[in-house]
Design a binder for this molecule. Sequence first.
Ligand code: GDP
Ligand code: MG
Length: 690
Amino acid sequence: MDETLIATINKLQDALAPLGGGSSSPVDLPQITVVGSQSSGKSSVLENIVGRDFLPRGTGIVTRRPLILQLVNRRPSKDSKKDTKDLLNLESGSNGNGGQSEDNEDEWGEFLHLPGKKFFNFDEIRQEIVNETEAKTGKNAGISPVPINLRIYSPHVLTLTLVDLPGLTKVPVGDQPKDIEKQIKDMILKFISKPNAIILSVNAANTDLANSDGLKLAREVDPEGSRTIGVLTKVDLMDQGTDVIEILAGRVIPLRYGYVPVINRGQKDIEQKKTIRAALLDEKKFFENHPSYSSKAHYCGTPYLAKKLNSILLHHIKQTLPEIKLRIETALKKYQSELASLGPETMDSPSSIVLSIITDFCNDYNGILDGEAKELSSLELSGGARISFVFHEIYKNGVNALDPFDQIKDSDIRTIMYNSSGAAPSLFVGTQAFEVLVKQQIHRFEDPSIRCINLIFDELVRILTQILQNPKYSRYPQLKEALSNSFIEFLRQALIPTQEFVTDIIQSEETYINTAHPDLLKGSQAMAMVQEKLHPKQVQVDPKTGKPIASHSPAPSITEDDKSQGFFGGFFSSKNKKRLAAMEAPPPVLKAVGAMSDRETMETEVIKLLIQSYFSIVKRTVADIIPKAIMLKLIIKSRNDIQKILLEKLYSSSDMSDLVKENELTKQRRQECLKMVDVLRHANEIVSSV
Ligand code: GDP
Ligand code: MG
């Protein structure tokens, strides 16, 4: 069971490898990452854990790409009776001859970039690592974050995943880039900052731990030391009489998983081709016989380190697997839905693409107008609801704000009264003056109505923009633009008849004043109201009905003119009989001036009441009918005609194949999504099988 867990992670690692690992991967797998200064012994530790000599060695920076090393414990073939315990029981000598460099049918390596090829010769593995490193980085000691994935099958390893990284260096050598230190640091951080990374911090015991660059970096991302495990190399090179006991006891820099001291082959050992097996035996003897370590020798050395790493990794995987599963599923869903919105790579003919985009657009348009759009927002009004807001809030308020009396002055009413009575003084002049004045005021409804049309036009364009945001339209940028242009052009043309229709409605209101409108105040009612206002005491209220009853006192009669104060009294009030007799011509501008007679006051007030009453009738009519007119001429028209128009303009065009040229970004993104979906689906199967 435990072994399958690690095996699962290994498989996942391979499945997700095409995504380039690193931070771009949606899933962060638990793995052990080796961190330390250059030449601290990182590669040596890894080789000792594997028990084979296979990593490139040399001076300077040798590890220049991340090496993801998956160790797979594999039962030996049937004729071999040895098992994994061999690793921990070295004296038994698993290979009998102890010749580690010899080929062995139970142990081999495989590279992810060379699927199916088994490397039984570990020298060839080393060569392949060198070749692959140079393939991506060149020979000039540059580095690359693209990992090499190597899997080693062996009965002598514990199943484990380790990542070897370039060592921390300070000074660029040769033609290394100037910022090599930063590049390496960034690469290491990319691996160890992920919360699922276990940090294997390698430090040479003969250097000061407090100055360890690897440990410093580990502390940056894991300040508690809760996922860092320390390794102390080169214990054999320590000065006589010194040891690492203080560090092991956690009294220098404590780590939750503690430190393991190890001894690798020195440079001389390597040159003399000392086998790892021999080195491991020497390591064991060293700790067992050293006065400082003999009492705790079984907590020292490479086999103990391997066991410890294996159990830490297992523990970590068990903890994180449910979350990994969830992440894979989430990422899979995300890419699947993006893929769906990008649409499949199409082999359809241009005409059928154009047709289906037009159909989609018309459906989307109608849906939004009807409030049936799939992605209805709860945060803001959209489509039909916004149109309704324009009609019922903005337009209605605009109409209601019109007040005829901010333009009509009492003196104007009087002048118009005179003018409208023409040459012959009429008996009752009110009606005509009222009509003249009210017509002028009704004209004022035109402005807000035209404004309303423009606001609706803007809303329809807004709906267009909203629809075209859907990625299915961005897929064909030219078609999208042509569609947008045709739609707006169509709306512009529809504006003209809409405006005509609306101004006609206002004009018809202007043209004929319906004085018989049932809601219009009656002349007699108006008069009674004015009399009550002017002579309140003379109006008595019928105690039974509560209505005003006819006044008994003589009200100024309209027909009974005050002869001494005639309409033009103001102009001819001069007592100079000579001037009167001279009969001067009227002045160029002749205005009704002077104090108003009772009758004039009365008539003015009556006319004002009637204007008020009629104006509010028109207000109601206009607020009701103009939206209906705009609905008919602009909104419904666009609904009904848009498909036909778009077909005419787009479907018939000779350059349809240009219109449906797919956006390069869409194509690329689709490829990426396809790859992600593929990889994640595979990963999902692997995780689900646990
Ligand atoms: P890396 O750069 O961190 O990968 O370090 P290497 O594993 O390449 O080791 C650097 C040098 O230190 C090599 O010459 C090793 O032989 C030597 N070395 C590593 N570990 C030990 C050790 O425990 N004892 C001794 N004596 N030499 C070691
Ligand atoms: Mg190395």
